[in-house]
Design a protein around this ligand. Structure first.
Ligand SMILES: *[C@@H]1O[C@H](CO)[C@@H](O)[C@H](O)[C@H]1NC(C)=O
Ligand SMILES: *[C@@H]1O[C@H](CO)[C@@H](O)[C@H](O)[C@H]1NC(C)=O
Ligand SMILES: *[C@@H]1O[C@H](CO)[C@@H](O)[C@H](O)[C@H]1NC(C)=O
Ligand SMILES: *[C@@H]1O[C@H](CO)[C@@H](O)[C@H](O)[C@H]1NC(C)=O
Ligand SMILES: *[C@@H]1O[C@H](CO)[C@@H](O)[C@H](O)[C@H]1NC(C)=O
Ligand SMILES: *[C@@H]1O[C@H](CO)[C@@H](O)[C@H](O)[C@H]1NC(C)=O
Length: 292
């Protein structure tokens, strides 16, 4: 009897595994609803990334839960994932290298979370990303210059209502397909470093939704000023600073010219002296020849 049970168990395991593979999934995570290649776990009070998600899932919705951590390894099992919606969770920092295994991701929503910073390592593996929503993260204060350097297909980027005060123009200006950039309701710090960004905004064909709410917060003089208006003011005040630098540059160039002139005059003098000595010697020699 024991031998019969022993042979039955592995056989049933093989059978179950075969069934699972044939069906293309191993069921639906408890509490979630599943459709074709789609898992929807919206508003289930999940504390953690759900286990047992079918491996062929293309669309995963975890919106409105209390998930505070995305495990990179378990995510990487979902190699075909193209759509991931994690809005309204408690995701904090520590997202770097989270998405290494889901390289086909096209749509990623991390809005209404608790992100604190975005570095090159956060999204650099997502070479197909088209939509990225990281708005409504009140503690998001830093987006590194090269944060989206690898996301060349990015078309829609939203950083509205975050803790950002500054964004370098190079963060977004080299994204060839960018069409929509959400920037509203941030406390932008409009100093001279920000002028490049504002200038890019006024010259680019990107759409900035809710433009009335894209305003300077500091300095005091520019508070609540909308971006195009801020550009004119900032241009004027930052230009004078450029003048000071220009003066220094001009002085430097002037000194160089003066110095070069002096050297040339000095060399010319030496040449003249040498020539004179030489020619007077020749004259002397000629005179000597004439005497003999
Ligand atoms: C996911 O489920 C929620 C509620 O359970 C529903 O409102 C929402 O439309 C669903 N999303 C999709 C894409 O099916
Ligand atoms: C989830 O978070 C919300 C607000 O952050 C809280 O009110 C709720 O009690 C949490 N639910 C669970 C199950 O922890
Ligand atoms: C959000 O992140 C900050 C800084 O990491 C932390 O102090 C705070 O407790 C977090 N808030 C929530 C709701 O997790
Ligand atoms: C960034 O993109 C380059 C070229 O597409 C690729 O070689 C590199 O591995 C990517 N970086 C990361 C961290 O994936
Ligand atoms: C402008 O502000 C940003 C962020 O507050 C800061 O990093 C930068 O150094 C400032 N630039 C100047 C010229 O003050
Ligand atoms: C723009 O800002 C005002 C004032 O802060 C706010 O009342 C309004 O809801 C904002 N508009 C949008 C579309 O967020």
């Amino acid at each position: 009897m024991s031998t019969r049970a022993g042979t039955w168990r592995p056989l049933s395991l093989v059978f179950l595994l075969g069934m699972g593979m044939a069906a293309g999934d191993v069921g639906c995570p408890s509490g979630c609803s599943c459709g074709y290649l789609e898992v929807n776990c919206t508003g289930r009070q999940l504390q953690e990334f759900p286990a047992a998600i079918p491996l062929d899932t293309r669309q995963l919705i975890l919106a409105a839960n209390n998930v505070s951590y995305l495990p990179a390894v378990e995510l990487s099992f979902l190699a075909d994932l193209v759509y991931l919606d994690c809005q309204k969770n408690l995701l904090g920092d520590g997202l770097d290298f989270t998405f290494v295994g889901v390289v086909k991701l096209v749509y990623l929503d991390l809005s209404f979370n608790n992100l604190t910073q975005v570095t090159f390592s956060t999204f650099s593996q997502l070479l197909s990303l088209v939509v990225l929503k990281i708005s409504d993260n009140p503690n998001l204060v830093v987006i590194e210059k090269d944060a989206f350097a690898n996301n060349t297909w990015l078309r829609h980027l939203d950083v509205s209502r975050t803790g950002l005060t500054f964004l370098d123009a190079s963060t977004v200006q080299d994204l060839p397909y960018l069409r929509l950039l959400g920037l509203s309701d941030n406390l932008w710090h409009c100093n001279c470093s920000f002028l490049d960004f504002i200038t890019w905004m006024t010259e680019s064909s990107v759409h900035f939704p809710d433009a009335d709410n894209i305003t300077c917060h500091t300095p005091e003089a520019l508070r609540a000023l909308r971006m195009p208006a801020a550009e004119v003011q900032l241009h004027a005040s930052c230009q004078t600073r450029l003048h000071k630098r220009d003066y220094i540059f001009l002085c430097f160039v002037g000194f160089c010219i003066f110095f070069a002139g002096t050297v040339v005059a000095w060399l010319a003098g030496i040449c003249a002296v040498i020539y004179q000595i030489h020619s007077s010697k020749e004259e002397e020699e000629e005179e000597e020849d004439a005497v003999t």
